[in-house]
Design a protein around this ligand. Sequence first.
Ligand code: ADP
Ligand code: GLC
Length: 476
Amino acid sequence: MIKALFVVSECAPLVKTGGLADVAGALPAALAKQGAAVRVLLPGYRTVMGQLGKTKTAARYKDLFGGPAKLLACTVAGLDLLVLDAPHLYDRDGSIYGDATGADWPDNAERFAALCMTAAKIASGGVNGWTPDIVHGHDWQAGLTPEYMRKLDAAAPFVFTIHNIAFHGIADAGKLDALSLDATRFTSENFEFWGKISALKAGLVGAAKINTVSQTYAEELLTPEFGIGMDGILRARQGDLSGIVNGIDLEVWNPATDPNITPYKTPGGKSANKKALRKTFGLGAADGPLCVLVSRLTEQKGIDLLLDALPALLDRGGQLALLGSGDPILEIALLEAADRHENLSVKIGYDEALSHQMMAGGDAIVVPSRFEPCGLTQLYGLRYGTLPLVALTGGLADTVINANPAALARGVATGIQFFPVTAQALANAFVRLADLFEDGKTWKAMQRNAMRQPVDWETAATTYAGLYRSVLEARP
Ligand code: ADP
Ligand code: GLC
């Protein structure tokens, strides 16, 4: 078995703000079947500490970026965890990345540097006789790991997965000392980025292999528009960059056994859930498709486009039930729109059980993202026979088969894609959706295709295990 250490800032079911947590929570079990045993190194946020049960202290650190810390080993939900208990960094109210007002914690650089330093310590000296063969970091929060591994002479190769390049983990150059970084490496070839420290860049520079969560996003990242300042370094490392599409946890997302819904095995079984969902959202009966959307509310997710395009759906008797939270401006705009349109219903908040009910009860799931490294909700939609209507970008391009005439003629379509990512194109897509929905036979056939599409973790886990083997074999 290859011993791998995940370095990651969130992990389902313990702590989640988005898809990164789903990946960190589900990929280890899939990797175990492919010959890699994963331990997950996770910050001991207050919400995490409350869920750990029995733990063993695996290491103690006298002063980890401003206070004492402990490394706790435990197993939760089948995950082999190493939790970094550092109260001065993680024991606080608010969210895991910021305070109650939504502002980032001012010491986020230190908070995640501590995670990376701990990973490097584990990789160099081991914990209780366990030393990883591979260190696998996820997003900027893990980016400084190779810098510290270098410092501590840790031999294991570092693999870096980009889940979202929009977040760079920037810190002022004045923090070089405070972050225990080597000032001679504060150069444009290394982790300096426009005069600041970039944790993301440190990860990209220090990784033996880099991957992201779909092939299309891997290609998009090489362009200035999607690479957001990192396209140059990614072009330079193109030979080491690949795309591996995420899967979903088939036990958590299984319409036949889901405890949150009226279970079903065929599309026909959705109707009871649709009725219940309309009730939950206060929507009346309607002839058009009931669309759902579950998302963080940010610029990335194209919610503003949705608001502009919505009349095209409503004019055809369609409805939209939306669950999300995030940008207060978008939250208000959505609530105001819901006041104006009786067939738009909005719930602001985060609700895991409701998200399952929406997948079960919706006819279609809308994902109008401007960019989407992979996207998971369209995969849940496929599995639940809730047809994805998605922007043609990133993982949305790679996981949905657009109902164009060729795909319909072959009988393989699973959803609808629109391009360019504009309100007008989305409005046109809503019209296409309504037309398809009216053609009950085609719609049913698409639902069956969708529910049969493989969305499990096996392919991705096989590819990650292959990536681990290739970097281990390439070692001098
Ligand atoms: P991202 O990671 O960019 O937010 P993904 O589609 O990869 O996008 O993953 C989002 C995850 O978060 C999914 O599991 C989705 O169901 C969940 N999610 C997002 N917003 C909410 C919400 N308001 N309530 C419940 N689950 C949510
Ligand atoms: C990021 C991306 C999303 C992806 C998720 C898991 O949050 O925005 O597209 O599915 O990571 O990889």
